[in-house]
Design a binder for this molecule. Structure first.
Ligand code: PDD
Length: 286
């Protein structure tokens, strides 16, 4: 059975959804998006995702077609209409369909809203136990990496380079400093201290990044938010990638060399445990 999606006010089978080729999302990647994990039919950190969508759309000068309550309702219906208990909700807003191709924004177009659900694919136990490989790459993206836009070709090229090398992620370096992964934020551990770069225009302010820092603070885990040099990344005891779908995943090989002793480190294991406890508490409404 085809999953149910939402397109411009209608819920319908994904296989039947149609968008015009004149949609600026198709022509220019002109839109914003979010990916929201759903556990036991409850969206995790939904308000934070919707707030980040507001920020993205405001920066793109694109009016958000729905208020917070309407979005919550649409997400709830989409979850209900699909079969899985654990889902990954994708939502995007593009500027809409024009009558001609023109870089400058048209005045009277209605944004296109598209949402779909997929079964949440969690990290396989074996992969979590061994950790995953990453490559490093030059961060050649634009200077608004803080916006979650659908124009992701640079991220796709970088992630694909990682996959071609048998790795899961590309860790990006700009001017000698760590920025983030092609589709994740990056944390390192040195001498028991968890470190990650500060939010800036050079990286996406990750929802999982915030959760990890909150959890570290509440558990008394030493942590520092500061610029990280390439050399500090390469000599870290542990490296993790974080995202809504991967949660906290240890990277145990970097550019074909072991990270630390080549196995997931103790701080990663603790953080994974704390993260699961935090999720369980939030899902219970605690
Ligand atoms: N990507 N940085 C980038 C470039 C990302 O694309 C993502 C997430 C993150 C992590 O953000 P969060 O913790 O809010 O998921 C960081 C999503 C999952 C995607 O594009 O599929």
């Amino acid at each position: 059975m085809s999953p149910i999606c939402h397109l411009d006010g209608q819920f319908l089978p994904l296989a039947e959804a149609r968008v015009s080729p004149m949609d600026r999302g198709f022509l220019f990647g002109d839109g914003g998006y979010e990916v929201i994990p759903v556990y036991s039919r409850r969206p995790f950190r939904l308000d934070e995702h919707l707030a980040r969508l507001d920020t993205t759309l405001a920066a793109l000068e694109l009016d958000n077609p729905h208020g917070r309550e309407a979005w919550r309702g649409l997400v709830a219906t989409l979850i209900e209409r699909n079969a899985w208990d654990d889902q990954s909700i994708y939502l995007q807003v593009t500027r809409g369909t024009d009558t001609r191709r023109n870089h400058a924004f048209p005045e009277h177009v209605r944004p296109t809203v598209f949402m779909m659900s997929e079964a949440l694919v969690t990290v396989p136990e074996a992969q979590r136990a061994s950790g995953v490989g990453a490559i490093t790459a030059a961060d050649f993206r634009w200077l608004r990496c803080d916006l979650k836009t659908t124009a992701l070709l640079a991220n796709c090229l970088l992630r694909n380079a990682a996959v071609k090398s048998g790795c899961v992620e590309a860790i990006l370096l700009r001017d000698g400093f760590l920025t983030e992964g092609s589709a994740s934020n990056i944390f390192i551990v040195r001498d028991g201290v968890v470190m990650t770069p500060p939010k800036s225009h050079l990286m996406l302010p990750g929802i999982t990044y915030d959760v990890v820092l909150e959890v570290a603070a509440s558990q008394g885990q030493p942590h520092e938010v500061r610029e990280i040099l390439e050399e500090e990344l390469r000599t870290a005891d542990e490296i993790w990638m974080t995202s809504s779908t991967k949660e906290v995943l240890p990277i145990t090989r970097l550019d074909d060399r072991p990270v630390g002793d080549g196995r997931p480190g103790p701080v990663a294991r603790r953080m994974h445990q704390w993260y699961q406890e935090f999720k369980a508490k939030v899902m219970r409404g605690g």
